[in-house]
Every structure is written in C-alpha cells, then in structure tokens.
Write a protein that binds this ligand. Structure first.
Ligand code: PMP
Length: 351
C-alpha cells in the first residue's frame, strides 16, 4: 500500500480470480469457461470491426441492444450492456445499496459480492444456506436490504424455480432483487420475462459461459426502464465506452448463431450427466447442479488434497478454503467429453 491510498480503501481485500495459466499444460476446469470456441459468426463480426478501432466504440451499444432486444423479447430501454456481468453487478451494489439498505446474499455464493459491497462502501449481510446447501428463501425474504440471488447459485449449481424467485420479488415491491443468471442457460429457468411485470427486478446475464466469450468481456443487465436508467447513470459516470467495439460485434454475431449456442449447451448438459455418474461411481457426493460445473466431495479424501493431486496431474479445478463448511468440496467445470474422461481417469487414481 502506498502512503497515497485513500483511507476508504485501506482495508479493501480484492477478489481472487481463478488461476489463468498461460500455457496449455493444464486441463482447465477451474473458471467455468466454455470448452468450445466462440461462434464463427462472432469471430467474423469481430474481424469486420478490427480496422475501425481507431474510433471509439458506440457508448450506447445501439446495434447490440437491438440484437439483445430481438433475442430476449424485451425493449431496448430495458437493457444495459457491461464489460462482463461483473461490471453490471458492481453497479447494482453502487446504485441500489446504501447505509440503510445492505446487500443481502447467502454465505455460500459468488465470492465477488462481498468485494463489490466493500468497494462500493456499502454494508452487506450474509444469510446462511441450509444444511443441504439450498438457499434459505424464507430468511432471504425476511431481509430489508437489496437481495442478490445467483440462479443457479455458485459454486453449488443448485437452481431455484422462477415461481420461487417471483414470490420473493413480489413479497416486497420496495426492495430491489438482483438475479444473477450467469449460468441460467445450463438448466435453470430465467426470470427475464418478469422484468415487464416488476419494477424492482434486475436480471444480469453474461456472454462468458454458454456463448464462449469469457475473454471478450460482455454482460447484460435487464430490468425496468427506471432501474436501467439508474445503472446507465452510474455507467456513464465511470466509463461510457465500457464495452469495446469488438465485444459489441461479437455479441451480435453470437446472438445470430443461437443454434450453435444451443448445440453447445446440449453437449455440456450431456457431459455433466456423464461426469456426475462417473464421479458417483468413484464414491463422490455432489449437489444437484443446473450449471456448467459440478460441486463435489469425497467421503475419504479431503477437498484440498484432491485439488492438489489433480493439479499435480495437470488438471485444474477450483477449491475454496472459505467458508469452512465447503472446504471439502471442489468445483469442477464441465468441459468437453475428452476433458471429462481425463478428469475421471485422474480422480480414479487419486481416490
Ligand atoms: N456471476 C457468477 C455467479 C459468476 O460465477 C461469474 C463468473 N465467474 C460472474 C457472475 C461474472 O462473469 P462475467 O464477468 O464473466 O460475466
């Protein structure tokens, strides 16, 4: 820390992203990326704008919003585009939390939420998951603040039905509910159709997972016109050119290629079924995942040991030592079938 750092950031502990090794030694199953390349249409659209990056990107993402509006069936004024969904989530903490309205989220969820709260200088409160690692919806509902619900949740992969989320949104119209749908395409029900009905619902989505664009950095916020205007105010007060021309073009290309995306999603779901039964045959226990990852533990071998031994065999998964009650688990991205076979082979040697 330099002597110049603002007092307000002295205690800030940043988020630790999953390891991103730059060589190809590892079978990389640690950050829930897609094993498939981006759509050819996305690549071509990107190439077409490359020679025009001397000009700023469109700060309003007009063409991209048109494509999103057509694909999601929502008005353009109900969409905000962000540099990955992390960015829109961080704006949501800034815009919709304050001293009187803490950010409320489960104790086991996306580890960036407490960091967003700290960075925005707003309080937060965690609501423990139940013993079976499902969300304690009644306790969440009883809270006063702004709710952040990842659906499916991460790292558990457990999904809530749209009706359950609608009930939470409806229960308190004076409180914003943010539903983080980063993994929704792999088997959960989206609540995007509800944004026209509830002005306190904000949904965030990403192009990083099912659309194979993690490195391009593109996310979305979908909500009522008024909520989106609030987020636009924050966005334009920090960086109006937050989404580069290449990411905007790629997003449009990816949305035009929905068959490619849905084929990839189908394959991930099949590979998830394959991997979970093979893991169960090796004695692993796991949560019921609707996401592109599995959250697993073994009754005889510790979580940290499995992580370490897999790493020695060049298979990278994600291990969280905090909170304590998930330390025996590892979160494993569902990749290609060859990656899943290599994973199972390595784990068979370990357990
Ligand atoms: N939400 C959840 C639950 C996530 O796991 C992630 C990424 N790992 C994100 C949001 C953010 O993803 P991105 O910024 O790539 O859209």
């Amino acid at each position: 820390m330099s002597k110049f750092l603002s007092k307000k950031y002295e205690g800030l502990i940043p988020y630790t992203p999953g390891e991103q090794p730059r060589d190809n030694v590892f079978i990389k199953l640690n950050t829930n990326e897609s094993p498939f390349p981006p759509s050819q249409k996305a690549v071509e659209a990107c190439e077409a704008v490359l020679k025009r990056v001397n000009l700023y990107s469109d700060p309003d993402c007009r063409e991209l919003k048109k494509a999103v509006a057509a694909s999601y069936g929502v008005p353009e004024k109900c969409i905000v585009c962000s540099n990955g969904s992390d960015e829109v989530l961080s704006w949501a903490f800034t815009a919709f939390c304050d001293e009187g309205r803490a950010g409320i989220f489960p104790d086991v969820t996306y580890g960036f939420y407490p960091v967003f709260a700290a960075q925005s200088g707003v309080p937060y409160k965690v609501v423990p998951l139940k013993d079976d690692l499902t969300m304690d919806i009644d306790r969440m509902k009883a809270e006063e603040g702004t709710l952040f619900i990842a659906n499916p949740n991460a790292p558990t992969g457990i999904a809530l039905g749209a009706a359950v989320i609608e009930d939470v949104v409806r229960s308190r119209p004076d409180r914003v509910v943010v539903v983080d749908e980063a993994y929704v395409d792999f088997g959960a029900e989206s609540v995007v159709p509800l944004i026209s009905k509830y002005d306190n619902l904000l949904v965030t989505q990403t192009f990083s997972k099912s659309r194979s664009m993690a490195g391009a950095r593109l996310g979305l916020g979908l909500g009522s016109e008024a909520l989106i205007r609030d987020l636009e105010t924050i966005r334009c007060s920090i960086n109006p050119y937050n989404v580069g021309s290449m990411a905007q073009a790629m997003g449009i290309g990816a949305l035009l290629d929905c068959e490619y995306t849905s084929g990839n999603i189908r394959e991930i779901i099949e590979n998830r079924a394959y991997a979970s039964s093979a893991l169960k045959a090796l004695g692993f226990e796991m949560t019921d995942s609707s996401a592109n990852f599995l959250f697993v533990r073994h009754p005889d071998v510790g979580g940290e040991e499995i992580y370490r031994k897999l790493r020695e065999k060049n298979v990278l998964v994600r291990h969280f030592s905090q909170p304590e009650r998930i330390k025996e688990y590892n979160r494993i991205t569902v990749g290609s079938i060859d990656q899943m076979k290599a994973l199972i082979k390595a784990l068979a040697e370990i357990v």
